[in-house]
Ligand binder design. Structure first.
Ligand SMILES: CC(C)(COP(=O)(O)OP(=O)(O)OC[C@H]1O[C@@H](n2cnc3c(N)ncnc32)[C@H](O)[C@@H]1OP(=O)(O)O)[C@@H](O)C(=O)NCCC(=O)NCCS
Length: 445
């Protein structure tokens, strides 16, 4: 365990939101409710009440009722599915800011993991809260701490509720591999809870919009807004959430075994990732750092001469992706000093890759480059894993990737390590005699 910290003494940096929720998450909820009303014909005030946490955020903490409370109808009077969403959000966010409960106060406990005991089901229900705003609670560096907390919690449960038989966890976080890493790998298959009659009034659905600093998770927001704009059915609306709320319900003994609480040695371990490297979405400011990395690798085959035009094209494609112009997505790896050390992207598969695609929503990985100095430290793998996760969230069904002769001594072994033996050798892909192996990987749907 880390040293006890006096959380109240930590100054809140300007980047940290002073409210619990960012304004944009209200905007996402308003737009969602408007679209829901439009599609279903349901009353707007009722939809906002039952499909978002807004009522709870704005009112005194009162238990939710089946019927829409009159005070809510009065507040919402005059606003409907056709109102300007910005006006509705501004109005509701101002009310929210007046609620003293809306101000963020750091938790007084150090542990991210807590539970409720449900005696009738002999089950423990797991909760997760970020104990330290401004820090990523599920980063590689923090995972050993989270695992220690999970173990301590299980020890308490075993002592206090020896009859406990089940562990229940239902949250959008279960759509992320880091969070799932806290559960045993053989935990029962998860159930997708996103259905038209689901309860959508809490963080188990909407928490994905808030990042570790309490600000908007821009990637989630942008993807969500684009998808709800296109939605024409309730199913498509529910599918707009980048992270689905998943339920896992399994025997507590599996957890005791995994954390070594039944007397056996623990099998939980840190995810196999380099602790110093982290991967994030590319930003405009990264372009300058990426150029020298590309210059190390994008060279005429058999010579030391950088191919300036190809390098400029890659940088232009990265820039266009940031402006949403080419549908590509890029992630970069950075070291513990914040230096960019690698990049990888994904895009719609090229025509050349069509013969190797076996499902209807493939994505192609492209532009994989890691700084020479940082090669072999796990950055390439982290980049690929992050893109895989994003591809799954985007509904892709498989990954396809090829690598030209230029990368025979570097990329080929890497992709084989990642995705097994190539499925094919594409003849002359990069010119006469320049064949390229092709790898593929199916993604879970
Ligand atoms: C290919 C590249 C992106 C891989 O990045 P990296 O950070 O060096 O790779 P990692 O350290 O994450 O390696 C992941 C795994 O692949 C293995 N691997 C990577 N390169 C390898 C190689 N040349 N030979 C054998 N194994 C290799 C690693 O040993 C590691 O295995 P492990 O999981 O058992 O530890 C990087 O080497 C690079 O930029 N190469 C030049 C450009 C290139 O070839 N790009 C591919 C174009 S398609």
């Amino acid at each position: 365990m880390s040293q006890p910290v006096d959380k109240q003494a930590i100054p809140v940096s300007p980047e940290i939101n002073v409210y619990n929720d960012p304004r944009e998450s209200f905007d996402a909820q308003v737009r969602f409710a408007q679209k829901w009303s439009e599609i279903t014909g349901d009353d707007f005030a009722a939809t906002l009440y039952s499909k978002t946490p807004l009522y709870t955020r704005i009112s005194e903490p009162t238990p939710r009722t089946e019927d829409v409370p009159e005070d809510w109808r009065t507040l919402i009077a005059g606003l409907d599915k056709d109102s300007d969403p910005k006006e509705v959000t501004d109005y509701l966010y101002e009310l929210y800011k007046k609620n003293p409960e809306s101000k963020y106060t750091p938790p007084t406990h150090d542990s991210a993991i807590g539970f409720d005991y449900l005696p009738t089901k002999q089950a423990v229900k797991i909760h997760f809260t970020n104990p330290s705003r401004g820090e990523r609670p599920l980063s590689d560096e923090n995972m050993p701490q989270r695992q220690a907390e999970f173990r301590t919690m299980l020890e308490h449960i075993k002592a206090l509720y020896p009859e406990a038989a089940l562990v229940i966890s239902g949250t959008w976080l279960r759509s992320t591999s880091h969070y799932r890493n806290l559960s045993p790998p053989d935990v029962a298959p998860e159930r997708n809870l996103m259905s038209p009659d689901m309860k959508m009034t809490g963080n188990s659905v909407w928490g994905q919009f808030t990042n570790a600093s309490g600000n908007i998770n821009k990637r989630v927001y942008d993807q969500f807004i684009a998808a709800i704009e296109k939605a024409t059915t309730v199913e498509e609306l529910l599918d707009a959430f980048p992270y689905k709320t998943m339920l896992s319900e399994d025997s507590i003994d599996k957890y005791y075994d995994f954390y070594g609480i039944n007397g056996e040695s623990a099998t939980a371990s840190s995810p196999e990732r380099s602790s110093e490297t982290r991967v994030r979405d590319v930003q405009t400011g990264d372009l300058a750092s990426l150029k020298p990395i590309l210059e190390q690798w994008i060279k005429r085959f058999g010579s030391d001469e950088p191919l300036t035009e190809e390098i400029s094209n890659v940088l232009a494609a990265v820039k266009a992706s940031l402006e949403g112009e080419n549908g590509r997505k890029y992630v970069v790896a950075e070291d513990d000093q914040g230096n960019v050390i690698g990049i990888m992207g994904m895009t719609t598969p090229s025509n050349d890759m069509q013969p190797y695609i076996t499902s209807d929503n493939a994505v192609e990985f492209i532009n994989a480059y890691v700084d020479k100095e940082a090669r072999g430290t796990g950055a390439g793998k982290l980049l690929a894993k992050q893109l895989e996760e994003m591809a799954i969230q985007d509904g892709h069904t498989e990954i396809i990737v090829n690598s030209g002769p230029r990368y025979k001594d570097t990329g080929w072994a890497f992709w084989t390590k990642m995705y097994g033996e190539p499925v094919a050798m594409q003849k002359d892909l990069y010119g006469p005699g320049a064949d390229a192996p092709v790898w593929r990987k199916s993604l879970p749907t």
